[in-house]
Design a protein around this ligand. Sequence first.
Ligand code: UD1
Length: 362
Amino acid sequence: MRVLHVVGARPNFMKAAPVISALSRRGVEQILVHTGQHYDAAMSDIFFHHLGLPHPDVNLNVGSGSHAVQTAEVMTRIEPVLVEKKPDWVLVYGDVNSTVAAALVCAKLLVRVAHVEAGLRSNDRTMPEEINRIVTDRIADLLFTPSPDGDENLKAEGVAPERIRFVGNVMIDTLVSLRPAARELWESRWASSLDGERFALLTLHRPSNVDDVAKLGAIIEAIAEIAREIPIIFPIHPRTRQMLRSIDAPFPPKLQLIDPLGYLDFLALQERAAFVITDSGGIQEETTYLGVPCLTLRANTERPVTIDLGTNTLIGSDLDALRREARNALEGRGKKGTIPPLWDGRAAERIADELIAILPPH
Ligand code: UD1
């Protein structure tokens, strides 16, 4: 059996890594294709390094562009690779433009495609990722879901139950296996510089928060207020960095703007943070696993299990709610939760077993 993995953007890398390891332990031949959607060293290379991912066999170097341009470039450039490599399965991950582009090409070439992290729905079609999720799930042959709500969503859309496998959360596999290394990094790199002080962590990159200067300015102003009470570390996504140049908001010294962090550094900080403010998808899940309160600057989430069982609170654009919840977390009244089912570090093992059960290696 030959499996071809497609990764492109930062959140794909930690999802693919455990699946690649689980399949290589089973002696499966694998090909790794990087679309090049993310290309900066801090958005891509450092993740390959921290996650122990093999060097990509193919890099499509698509780079940045509008959604149409980026999606079309991935499609055009991946087609000849799939024709040449003739994989038995293509694995696509998450909900980025590279995911849907690769899945579309597979569907037309009649190459079997499996979607890892299937079935998640925010029910908000203004979010580009929601379109990517719906289309990918519609055309993929096999759908690996991270939580039971994923199964429910797919069934409600008419997907045959035989195509769905509830395997758990592969991103948590990576967290579980790299937590010891992150703790070492905490001791060697972060503990002394933070000097025992409590801190919070902030990430912000959704177009709905950062592409509108007025909205971004208002968020930064509320964050700056919270930073009077507790230092806030803010690793800045390139998209947000560009937008911050055009806003005129106060940046108090305790709001520490830094370059994007590698996987291990971010995990090290996440585990020790008093709370996290974010609009990311994956961080809602990681904080739930770690038991750290997460204040999500979005009106909805495709990961409702983090609210029902975990530590996540949806803030929407209500900045008073942000101030209030931050204070609760500061005073030790942050949301507590439990770890969702099958977020046990073994999701990739289940995926590998399923693929082999369907199509054994030669
Ligand atoms: C993409 C994903 C999003 C994911 C995010 C994680 C889609 C639709 N969006 O959003 O789901 O949460 O990745 O980071 O696929 N840029 C750089 N260097 C890079 C990459 C991007 O400077 O290595 C800049 C470019 O100006 C680019 C912008 O960031 O135009 C946005 O990058 P893009 O890949 O289009 O979307 P993200 O916002 O990163």
